[in-house]
Design a protein around this ligand. Structure first.
Ligand code: ATP
Length: 208
């Protein structure tokens, strides 16, 4: 049995608030691979954002020498909005013997009931909700965890599906919004993200 993790996000840009938890989770769950999964985002002209290609390049630079961490570009490279359920269905078909673990921050999980076919997600994958500074669980999220613990158990095992675990990781109060703000104000972004990503941002004059 292999274990595959997916961690979705905009990653505009990727920062240590994503990377440190990702590495800790890959090790804790003994994942063969944890894929950082940049989402599709329509490009608005003149928006102070990176392009899809640039978001992917920054992610690739960030994980190039990190064991277990990789980038899955399938959602970003599709030229339409995609749903997590479709991505997970594809990954499950490509890896028929794998246990799938989908990671999200507390803030993302608080709105999980608005996700397309969220109940179906729990029929093919397990969820790990990671703590994030200043974010708390919604009532819906708390009740859903209780329900899944009753129906699917409390811990992810090799053949489990539908388990939702909450996991503490090193808390880093970094957000991509804050990083973009620093760049915009010409402040130094060292120690918020890998130097390779910082160099890419400067080289391509992103977020001005
Ligand atoms: P933005 O500030 O642009 O909204 P972000 O920093 O929140 O971006 P995203 O790409 O939106 O980053 O986040 C992807 C996933 O990573 C989400 O599930 C989010 O909850 C989680 N995440 C982002 N930053 C942190 C952090 N500092 N600690 C824990 N989880 C985080």
């Amino acid at each position: 049995m292999s274990r595959i993790g997916l961690f979705g996000g905009t990653f505009d840009p990727v920062h240590y608030g994503h990377l440190r938890p990702a590495l800790e989770l890959a090790e804790h769950y003994d994942l063969d691979t944890l894929y950082l999964l940049p989402n599709h985002r329509p490009q608005h002209r003149n928006a102070p954002q990176a392009t899809t290609h640039q978001r992917i390049q920054m992610l690739r630079r960030a994980v190039s020498d990190v064991p277990r961490l990789e980038v899955d570009t399938r959602e970003a490279e599709r030229n339409r909005a995609t749903y997590t359920i479709d991505t997970l269905t594809e990954v499950a078909a490509e890896n028929p013997n794998a246990t799938l673990v989908f990671f999200m921050g507390v803030d993302a999980f608080a709105q999980f009931d608005a996700w397309h076919r969220w109940e179906d997600i729990l029929s093919i994958a397990n969820l790990v909700v990671i703590d994030r500074p200043d974010a708390t669980l919604s009532d819906f999220a708390r009740q859903l965890i209780e329900r899944q613990v009753k129906s699917s158990g409390a811990a992810i095992t090799p053949d489990s599906v539908g388990v939702i675990e909450q996991r503490e990781v090193t808390q880093l109060a970094i957000s991509a919004t804050a990083v973009r703000g620093y760049v915009n104000r010409a402040q130094n972004i060292r120690f918020l993200l890998p130097d390779t990503v910082r160099e890419y941002i400067l080289e391509h004059q992103l977020y001005h």
